[in-house]
Design a protein around this ligand. Structure first.
Ligand SMILES: Nc1ncnc2c1ncn2[C@@H]1O[C@H](COP(=O)(O)OP(=O)(O)O)[C@@H](O)[C@H]1O
Ligand SMILES: [Mg+2]
Length: 287
């Protein structure tokens, strides 16, 4: 991969239409072997960028979905306690006098290790590691991640160090429900993803939904852009434009008129307050 333009073409082959900013950020992350921190509103193409990168670079994708309370056991590894117990019972049943030390050693081997995404990323590299929605995790987990990104290695007390032969391409995403710490950002290249411009959104719809015409794709994209300007509780992302367009096609519509829009608003808005506000001004929105 020799230029952002070349990467953009490769991503397009995987169905992802990257603008110059995204293509350059991803290209530099690859070239400089640095994690890429992607921040932006929901539905701006952060998660799908990582998926498209793995497809187009033909690297396995390893995904860690962050959530409140996520900890090392869920992210890195756990011991398979029930199987360890079974193994121990079998050992006990099989011999009259159990060598405690040997038994213990046999319990803490790879056989009983449950590798979670971060450990798998270290042992699978080269790969794409997607750490999705890091803003949902807490500070402690961020600090833990920081160390792992720094060293591309972890130490499992019972087994020793596991080091990646080749650092994974790490994509971190955040919907910015809170600020992520500077220390983490400092390790990464940063890119803020905007909603696509009109031409790109039309292109995304046409690329993703076979059979949609230019006219309907444009109408949906224009309406979605206007909705984003209304300061709704949940402004629509590209995912919602895609859903909306698909809903219209499912109803055999080739045009977005007021009546059809009103009936299909549930594909694009997810709060009753938003729907009420928008219904009252659908005429202007679709003009
Ligand atoms: N640039 C793009 N090219 C192709 N599809 C896109 C693009 N941006 C967003 N999408 C599509 O929009 C939807 C939402 O994108 P997603 O990556 O889940 O957003 P985010 O992770 O930022 O919330 C997905 O179906 C994705 O395929
Ligand atoms: Mg996402």
């Amino acid at each position: 991969m020799n230029s952002p333009e070349e990467l953009a073409r490769t991503l397009e082959g995987a169905g992802y239409l990257a603008d110059d900013g995204v293509a350059t950020a991803a290209f530099l992350a690859l070239r400089m072997q640095r994690p890429l921190f992607c921040e932006g509103e929901p539905g701006t193409g952060k998660t799908s960028l990582a998926v498209a990168l793995s497809r187009s670079l033909e690297l396995p994708l390893i995904r860690l979905q962050c959530h409140e309370g996520i900890d090392a056991a869920q992210a890195l590894y756990e011991w398979d306690f029930p199987r360890q117990l079974l193994h121990l019972r079998a050992l006990e049943a099989g011999s009259e006098s159990l060598d405690i030390e040997a038994a213990e050693q046999s319990l803490y081997t790879e056989r009983f290790l449950l590798a979670r995404p971060l450990l798998r990323a270290l042992t699978t590299a080269p790969c794409v590691l997607l750490v999705d929605e890091i803003d949902r995790a807490d500070d402690e987990f961020e600090a833990f991640l920081l160390q792992l990104l720094d060293e591309n290695a972890v130490t499992i007390p019972e087994l020793g160090e596991v080091r990646a032969e080749q650092p994974p391409l790490v994509i971190l995403t955040s919907n910015r429900t809170r600020e992520v710490h500077d220390a983490l950002k400092r390790r990464c290249l940063y890119h803020w993803l905007e909603h696509p411009d009109l031409a790109r959104e039309v292109a995304i719809l046409r690329r993703r939904i076979p059979g949609i015409g230019e006219r309907l794709a444009t109408q949906v994209s224009v309406a979605a852009r206007r909705l984003r300007e209304l300061e709704l509780l949940k402004p629509p992302g590209v995912a919602e434009s895609l859903d909306w367009a698909q809903a219209l096609l499912a109803l055999n519509r080739d045009e977005l008129d007021v009546d059809t829009a009103s009936r299909t608003l549930g594909a694009v808005l997810k709060y009753t307050e938003d729907m009420e506000r928008v219904r009252a001004k659908l005429d202007a929105l679709l003009a």
